[in-house]
Design a protein around this ligand. Structure first.
Ligand code: ADP
Ligand code: ZN
Length: 287
């Protein structure tokens, strides 16, 4: 059997499947302390004969094999998790091969294998939720430089009409600080889900997300940009983003038809777990 862990900053999801990625069991629980959370993860997987586990973790995380911080959670604002050797603890307890990458990378991989990016080689998966993160796949591989990318924190041009100071504690004017779910809610003093679809806030949100797509397009030239995360339940954002991207790009690069270029996640909230299972399968097949 195959295993997957989607380790989020607020919740963990674990699943096991057969070799054809048919999910057999899933469990979800809140992210608390590393010891308590990992104990639940380990108890779940000990019930099944898993041969490999694909893990996608919140970050930043160490992703470069051979480096001392590989498998660790790094400089997270969640202090209890700082420098936690996630992969080391898991491997010691479960004794199975584990594939380790970011939460957004496993979702990007799920989309590549079984979702909205099937048949492609170069895609960016963006989540617009509690944070903004990007899984970047180039030539069917995760893109790492010194580490994984931090596309959610690129700087955007703030609209003159927008006086919000931003929700990111590190940067003034980054995408996450201007356009994540908490940014919307702090700006409007309302739950994002309760803001009507015709509220001008969504024009502003689409402008920021179109700027993000503009930058991603110019830097990675992906074949497709896939949007997931809670905020993208606002389906009216898609045509607004496409329209604003067209205006900003001003025909500088030629793009596929935009309804095929800027698309919603194909696997919904299963993208990460399914990607994790495919990564586990890849590990098993490589042995
Ligand atoms: P996480 O990023 O923690 O994994 P989500 O992707 O569900 O979780 O993102 C949560 C964020 O998405 C919250 O800030 C919430 O305000 C926002 N959100 C959830 N549902 C909606 C919705 N229907 N419309 C707009 N925003 C939403
Ligand atoms: Zn930031």
């Amino acid at each position: 059997m195959l295993g997957a862990i989607e380790a989020g900053g607020t919740k963990f999801v674990c699943a096991v499947s057969d070799e054809q990625i048919n999910i057999v069991d899933t469990v979800k629980f809140a992210t608390t302390t590393p010891a308590e959370t990992l104990q639940k993860v380990i108890a779940f997987f000990k019930r099944y004969p898993v041969t490999a586990i694909g893990i996608g973790s919140f970050g930043p995380i160490g992703v470069k094999a051979g480096q001392a911080d590989f498998g660790h959670i790094l400089n997270t604002p969640k202090l209890a998790w700082q420098n936690f050797d996630f992969l080391g603890v898991l491997k010691a307890q479960l004794q199975v091969p584990c594939y380790w990458t970011t939460d957004v990378n496993i979702a990007a991989y799920g989309e590549l294998q079984a979702g909205a990016a099937q048949g492609l080689s170069n895609v960016v998966y963006l989540t617009i939720g509690t944070g903004i993160g990007a899984g970047v796949i180039v030539a069917k591989k995760f893109y790492y430089g010194l580490s994984h990318t931090e596309v959610g924190h690129v700087l955007l041009q703030q609209q003159p009409s927008d006086h919000f100071s931003g929700s990111c504690p590190y940067h003034q004017g980054c995408a996450e600080g201007l356009a994540s779910g908490p940014a919307i809610e702090q700006r409007c003093h309302k739950k994002a889900a309760q803001i009507p679809a015709d509220n001008p806030l969504w024009q502003l949100e689409a402008d920021y997300l179109a700027q993000l797509c503009h930058n991603i397009t110019l830097m990675f030239v992906p074949e497709r940009i896939i949007f997931g995360g809670g905020v993208m339940h606002q389906k009216q954002l898609f045509p607004l983003i496409r329209k604003q991207l067209t205006a900003k790009m001003n025909h500088y690069v030629s793009l596929p038809p935009l309804d095929q270029y800027i698309v919603p996640v194909g696997l919904g909230d299963q993208a990460g777990i399914i990607g994790g299972l495919y990564l586990a399968k890849k590990l098993v097949n490589a042995e």
